[in-house]
Write a protein that binds this ligand. Sequence first.
Ligand SMILES: *Cc1c(COP(=O)(O)O)cnc(C)c1O
Length: 394
Amino acid sequence: MIYADNAATTRMSDAAIHTMTTVAQENYGNPSSLYGLGQRAKEILEKAREDIAAVIGASPREIIFTSGGSEADNQALLSAAEAGRRKGKKHLISTAFEHHAILHTLQKLEKEGFEVTLLDVHEDGIVRPEEVEAAIREDTCLVTVMYANNEIGTIQPIRRIGEICRRHGVLFHTDAVQAIGHIPVNVADDNIDMLSSSAHKFHGPKGVGFLYVKKGAPLFNLIEGGAQERGRRAGTENVPGIAAMATALTEINAKREKNAADLIPKRDRLIEGLKEIPHSALNGDAVCRLPGNVNFCFEGIEGESLLLLLDDKGIMASSGSACTSGALDPSHVLLAIGRVHDVAHGSLRLSIGEGITDEEIEEIIRSVKEVVAYLRGFSPIWRDLQSGKRKYIL
Ligand SMILES: *Cc1c(COP(=O)(O)O)cnc(C)c1O
């Protein structure tokens, strides 16, 4: 079995599992309780906050624990919008290839009377900072641009976008769910006001994440209730999950450079191998991308069938994003970089992670070549392309 779907989720690390189970067994107190057991849980929570803050260059008071990346994205956008509304600023800027946690929240805000500008991401899957600057208006209350794309892995010029936002006095949020733990991220150096992250994308548990909010930036709570997280996120804290998230982040951060140095040549070999398939194309810039991300389009096939046949061969991958696969709509990310519907349907995302071997990379290349050839063998579209009835796009 080869797991090549780390952008969808990662396996929890042994250390994170150890932390999670030990905390659950030994420190089951409620952090809001005054007796020792509760206070020890509180200490674990605050230690996790310190450890996480240290990794991204924040101060602990700027970290709010959430149920994951989606909640952090929702809270960041709705907070910035509410602060904007109070000042009569109802314009937001984002990009066409954000995660649905961002895009759907923006759609909700549009229904409430906000105006949203979605920037183009160009064929290389990269946002141009000067286009962000040109879109900023007097009434812009937020710019939100993802750090790295979850489908095509392209890394955005976040530091330059942050610098532009700061110069114009506009709040800047980034969905860094795919970046944290995989590439260097520092909220101070990158001029970030708000940042979303999720533990299960860096070998921590599912259902837990955090939102960084720079001191002084607006933050409103989505969930009403108790005074946890200094009144900005009610509900008894997921202490074992939060502690395990801190363990996972500290662990991955310590070996981040080593992991990247190990993965990049494997990623590039995978790209080189798959490029040998005729009428195929890499999606997104080849260099400015996450160490583990490979995303291809193959003309004349269906991504879904490709996935099922790869699964038969023990290879776990993805087509489009996990949230859209199952639906027949092609990926909004691939459409955003200009792939036409037919081509976007034949996409494959391989997101490799720590521990994958060179032999496994070769096995993936062999299997994808076999499966693409097999599927093309009975694809009516492929037959039309071959006979010249239809023109090749790739
Ligand atoms: C996975 C992901 C999310 C959602 O995070 P959850 O913790 O699963 O809610 C948001 N944004 C990006 C870019 C992601 O990859």
